[in-house]
Structures are given as structure tokens and as C-alpha cells.
Design a protein around this ligand. Structure first.
Ligand SMILES: [Zn+2]
Length: 220
């Protein structure tokens, strides 16, 4: 994948590409923007660009390092997601202890915290010191859909990277890459391929239900 796998977000990518190529990276980044527009995907592309064995600053997507980052099997890259609707203090403690170790193979040890706005108050507090002063060669990427949903103590310790909804033709391209050709969905997506996919799924469910109901009625 690497940055070539990301549709849209041109200015964000330019900024991240520069960081990765120069290997000058803020300790903590906060990716903010509406759900379903590719923030998490971009975070992983960035980690590939940062660590790639062939194309530093871009991420080739196919070297051993890039492949393992993509498959989430890289020992130096950690993904934290909400557990039962929240990111709990135990998860944050685990992150902190993992980050305290030196990278095993990659240049950078990294953690992506998806749904960072769902950190409990205790979890956020436990994270503050590490966010401010992480060990060397560590990058922390928080991913959140709303800036105001995060405590200021957290967001103020991060460099904020704002993501905007995609243009319709970009949504269409993302859906096309996933094999979904549906103009109607693009119009309803409001710039979010994730939203389009959700709508598509619920519409499919509805159609199936309707069909099942019609079938049922026929049988009566
Ligand atoms: Zn690579």
C-alpha cells in the first residue's frame, strides 16, 4: 500500500511524506476528521513510509516491513481499538510498557490508537506522560473523529493533522477499488467511503428482508 494506496488527502499526505522522508517525526500525532474517510489507513501508510526497506518516505507496500505493517503482524507496530465501547486504562498501560522497549526491527516503534476519543478519563490520564515524553524512536498516532471529544490535556500534547471528507470522485474511486460500483451510494456518502459502505450494506439487508417477506407472503 504505502501512500500510493491512499485516495485523496493530498495535503495531509504531502506533510506526512516530508516527515517520513526526513525521519523527523513529532512524538505524538492526532489524526482528526469524520469517520470512514481513511484516517487509520493513512496512519498505517505513514508507518510504512517511515519504516520501508525500499522506498523511505513513500512505503513500497511490498517489502517485508511494509507487508507486515499492513497485515498487523509487525512486532514494532501496535494497534489499539476500543474494547466494549471504550479504551481502558489496562490497554493504555500495555501500550506504555510496549513503547518502553527499543524497536525490535523497524526504525520506529509505533502505536495507533483508533477511536482515541473513547479513552476513559483514567486511560487518558495514564497516557499523558508518555504522550509528552515518549521514549526515543517512538511515534504515537491517535485517531479520532472529533477534536472536541478529546481532553485538551491529550490533544495539546499532539501535533494535529486534520482530515476532510473526500470529493465525490474520490469516494467513487475508493469504492471502485473495493469493487463497488454504485453512483447512488456516492451521492449519499457525504465524502465518506466508510459511510457509503455502511449504507450499501444496510440497503442490501433491507432488500434481502423485503425479498424474504415477499417470499413469505407468496407461500401463505
Ligand atoms: Zn516497503
Amino acid at each position: 500500500m504505502g501512500f500510493r494506496g491512499i485516495v485523496g488527502h493530498k495535503r495531509v499526505i504531502e506533510r506526512l511524506r516530508f516527515m517520513a522522508a526526513s525521519q523527523r517525526v513529532p512524538h505524538a500525532l492526532l489524526f482528526v476528521g469524520p469517520p470512514g474517510i481513511g484516517k487509520k489507513k493513512t496512519a498505517f501508510a505513514f508507518l510504512q513510509a517511515l519504516n520501508c526497506e525500499r522506498e523511505l518516505g513513500e512505503g513500497c507496500g511490498s517489502c517485508r516491513c511494509c507487508e507486515r505493517i499492513e497485515r498487523l503482524t509487525h512486532p514494532d507496530v501496535l494497534l489499539v481499538s476500543p474494547d466494549g465501547g471504550a479504551i481502558k486504562i489496562g490497554q493504555v498501560r500495555e501500550v506504555i510498557s510496549t513503547l518502553s522497549l527499543r524497536p525490535l526491527e523497524a526504525r520506529w516503534r509505533a502505536v495507533v490508537v483508533d477511536g482515541a476519543e473513547l479513552m476513559t478519563k483514567e486511560a487518558a490520564n495514564a497516557f499523558l506522560k508518555t504522550l509528552e515524553e515518549p521514549p526515543p524512536q517512538v511515534v504515537i498516532i491517535l485517531v479520532a473523529s472529533r477534536l472536541d471529544a478529546l481532553p485538551l490535556t491529550v490533544s495539546s500534547r499532539c501535533q494535529i493533522v486534520k482530515f476532510s471528507p473526500l470529493r465525490d470522485e474520490e469516494v467513487e474511486e475508493v469504492l471502485g477499488r473495493l469493487g463497488v460500483e454504485d453512483r447512488g451510494l456516492v451521492a449519499l456518502a457525504e465524502g465518506s467511503p466508510g459511510r457509503a459502505l455502511e449504507l450499501g450494506e444496510s440497503r442490501e439487508m433491507e432488500e434481502m428482508l423485503q425479498k424474504a417477506l415477499r417470499g413469505g407472503i407468496k407461500e401463505v
